[in-house]
Write a protein that binds this ligand. Structure first.
Ligand SMILES: NC(=O)c1ccc[n+]([C@@H]2O[C@H](COP(=O)([O-])OP(=O)(O)OC[C@H]3O[C@@H](n4cnc5c(N)ncnc54)[C@H](OP(=O)(O)O)[C@@H]3O)[C@@H](O)[C@H]2O)c1
Length: 166
């Protein structure tokens, strides 16, 4: 586990995070929250999620490390890593590193993460991508349930989950 490594995710009641390569439930306030949390830090992102960003371009003002097995992958403003180990090595000296999805990248890096910023949306969407169910995953606990908010009829909360197994 690394103390500087944190997850940022928006998940519905069933821990659903996306359908057909894109996020299903989008809350404008969550986009702002995402920018505030990730700040000027480093993000680790999967190649498929990067392709869903506007223009397939990296996030501004942040160091973008993209996981791909494709050795010819080359996008301006992006650094590539071909394995979890390589991604972790590349961001070794960075102060804060955020794992921002998608499903396969969350699953691969969750064991390394200390904290998860979860925008929990109290609704059920149609999803084919899921985040691991932290309600049932040993070693994780909800340390801040956040206040319940509402946006366009969707109820949500900015939750913090932390590792409790050292
Ligand atoms: N709700 C949210 O907060 C949130 C956030 C982000 C994404 N999402 C959703 O998540 C879904 C996408 O998830 P996904 O799992 O299909 O795609 P993904 O994790 O974004 O990207 C998968 C790709 O990443 C690369 N990769 C993954 N693990 C790797 C490893 N260990 N080593 C090297 N490369 C690796 C591979 O790229 P190559 O194929 O190039 O080798 C793989 O095909 C979408 O629905 C998206 O909307 C939701």
């Amino acid at each position: 586990m690394r103390d500087d490594l944190e997850i940022v995710v928006a998940a519905d009641e069933e821990w659903g995070i996306g359908l057909n390569g894109t996020q299903t439930l989008v809350i404008p306030e969550d986009r702002k929250h995402f920018r505030e949390v990730t700040g000027r830090g480093t993000v680790i992102v999967g190649r498929k999620t990067l392709s869903d960003f506007p223009g397939g371009r990296p996030l501004k003002n942040r160091r973008n490390i993209v996981l791909t097995r494709d050795r010819s992958f080359d996008v301006e403003g992006v650094e590539t890593a071909h394995s979890v180990e390589e991604a972790l090595e590349k961001c070794g000296n960075d102060e804060k590193v955020y794992v921002i999805g998608g499903e396969s990248v969350y699953r691969a890096l969750l064991p390394w993460c200390k904290k998860a910023h979860v925008t929990r949306i109290f609704a059920k969407a149609d999803n084919d991508a899921f985040f691991p169910n932290l309600d049932r995953l040993p070693g994780w606990r909800l340390t801040d349930g956040g206040e319940e908010r509402e946006s366009n009829g969707l109820r949500y909360a900015f939750q913090t989950w932390e590792r409790c197994d050292g």
